[in-house]
Ligand binder design. Structure first.
Ligand code: FAD
Length: 461
């Protein structure tokens, strides 16, 4: 069979790129070895958000008395909590398979490999193989979690995010190594259900890429909830014991910790396992596939998009990269670009969301800026909802008042960030934001108030 485009990997990069190519009238195939939707739908964004919803609900029930509601004995069926998450993932993956049919994308289940003469072989689980002819190939095989040297995930004591999403029983205690979004979300989830959590991070702050004030507030909030955070701390030794794991840390918090399990969330590496036939190789940059502005690899006709081309490792970025790559292939005159401004979200409670420059980055780049900040506790909607913790912080150009960055910690932060993303895309200034009437009472009013604060004329603080 012959195609305009064969995509290897059916995650947010691969399936979105394939659908876009089909919309452009191209004959497209997707090859996926596991399940449509990739890490995001099956083992990442979606199943974790399902678990976090359970955690939030449980927390709300525990605080029901604050709202005048008396609840009887509350019990948690952990296996059902996990089962719901798997069910949600399954439903979403089926949705992608349906989209392939409706958008006329041919879907092949099997392991894809690019041959030396740039065809794609698809080897199914039963060993049967077929070859697809391809004018263009898009590699979107994603990444796999990184473990510490010498450690092997066993699904019980040593876990990566994948094994953590398939646990049948809740560990009594867990050490989570790495306080990026994945580590932080699992810390919140396990703690909410009663697991003793120790979160270990090498960098001086948890969520190292976020605004320092945001990270500090999250540490305070986690401490209140009983999560132990060890920043500037390195795991020097990790070993399994009869009961679980024994972790020796060095740096700021040198100690020995015994726990039922260790979850390693220190990062990911490009998944190129068997993707290229022997003798075929692509240029890498620090372990990730190197691409130019058109998402072309060092091999002509072979493109790459998504996690395997390097940071930021986010589903929405992966999808946008694939759209850029595909439009670059098939739309005359299209000049694809690399994605530079994108939101980053962490779905613990309080939620964290940001876009654009942090204050630290603005300082490093010697940009003249001002800050506008508004606290959740001054928002009627936040207080009415019983969620007064958090703030919105805008980083604004000193001269023109353009939005350079936005940082939100608090309930629904991950939804609120969208307005500020649009503001940055439209190069909006404080004037446009303050001229926009936000409905009352909403959390989004805080965006307008933070903009007023940056002008020095806040109404409610
Ligand atoms: C626990 C966790 C939580 C996350 N939460 C979020 C979040 O909230 N928001 C967010 O934006 N991002 C989140 N991410 C990151 C997000 O999942 C990734 O950025 C996104 O999935 C990358 O998409 P991709 O298409 O590049 O790769 P993937 O989604 O990894 O897809 C790659 C696909 O390629 C397939 N494949 C690999 N090799 C072959 C082969 N040889 N032949 C055929 N198929 C192959 C794989 O089976 C896989 O389905 C999370 C990740 C994890 C692990």
């Amino acid at each position: 069979m012959s195609y305009d485009l064969v995509v290897i990997g059916g995650g947010p990069a691969g399936y979105v790129g394939a659908i876009r190519a089909a919309q452009l009238g191209k004959k497209v195939a997707v090859v996926e070895v596991e399940r449509a939707g990739g890490t995001c739908l099956n083992w990442g964004c979606i199943p974790t958000k399902a678990l976090l919803k359970n955690a939030e609900l449980y927390r709300q029930i525990q605080h029901a008395a604050d709202f005048g509601i008396t609840v009887g004995k509350v019990e948690v069926d952990f296996a059902k909590v996990m089962g719901r998450s798997r069910g949600v993932a399954d439903q979403m993956a089926k949705g992608i398979e349906y989209l392939f049919k409706s958008k006329k994308v041919d879907y092949f289940v099997g392991k894809g490999q690019v041959t030396k003469d740039k065809k794609v072989t698809v080897t199914a689980a039963d060993g049967k193989s077929q070859t697809l002819e391809a004018k263009n190939i898009l590699l979107s095989t994603g990444c796999v979690p990184r473990l510490l040297p010498g450690l092997k995930a066993d699904g019980q004591k040593i876990l990566t995010s994948r094994e953590a999403l398939a646990l049948k029983e809740r560990p009594e205690s867990i050490v989570i190594l790495g306080a990026g979004a994945i580590g932080v979300e699992f810390a919140y989830f396990f703690n909410a259900f009663g697991t003793k959590v120790t979160l270990v991070e090498l960098q001086p702050q948890i969520l190292p890429l976020e605004d320092t004030e945001v990270s500090s507030l999250l540490v305070k909030s986690f401490a209140k909830e009983g999560i132990e955070v060890l920043a500037e701390t390195k795991v020097e030794k990790a070993e399994t014991t009869a009961k679980g794991v024994k972790i020796t840390t060095g740096g700021k918090e040198a100690k020995t910790i015994e726990a039922a399990a260790l979850l390693v969330a220190i990062g990911i590496q490009a998944n190129l396992d068997g993707v290229l036939a022997e003798g075929l190789s692509v240029e890498l940059d620090r372990g990730f596939v190197k691409t130019n502005d058109r998402y072309q690899t060092s091999v002509p006709g072979l493109y790459a998009a998504g996690d395997l081309i390097g940071a930021p490792w986010l589903a929405h970025v992966a999808s946008h990269e694939a759209i850029e790559a595909v439009e670059g292939m098939f739309v005359a005159g299209k000049k694809p670009h690399k994605i530079t401004v994108f939101p980053g979200c962490t779905y613990c409670q309080p939620q964290v969301a940001s876009i654009g420059l942090t204050e630290k980055k603005a300082k490093e780049q010697k940009i003249a800026y001002k800050v506008g900040k508004f606290p959740y506790k001054a928002s009627g909607k936040a207080v009415a909802a019983g969620e007064p913790e958090g703030f919105i912080k805008l980083i604004v150009g000193e001269k023109y008042g353009e939005i350079l960055g936005a940082h939100i910690i608090g309930t629904e932060a991950t939804e609120l960030i969208a307005e500020l993303g649009l503001a940055i895309t439209l190069e909006a200034t404080l004037d446009e934001i303050t001229a926009t009437i936000h409905a009352h009472p909403t959390l989004s009013e805080m965006v307008g108030e933070a903009a007023l604060a940056a002008k020095g004329i806040p109404i409610h603080i």
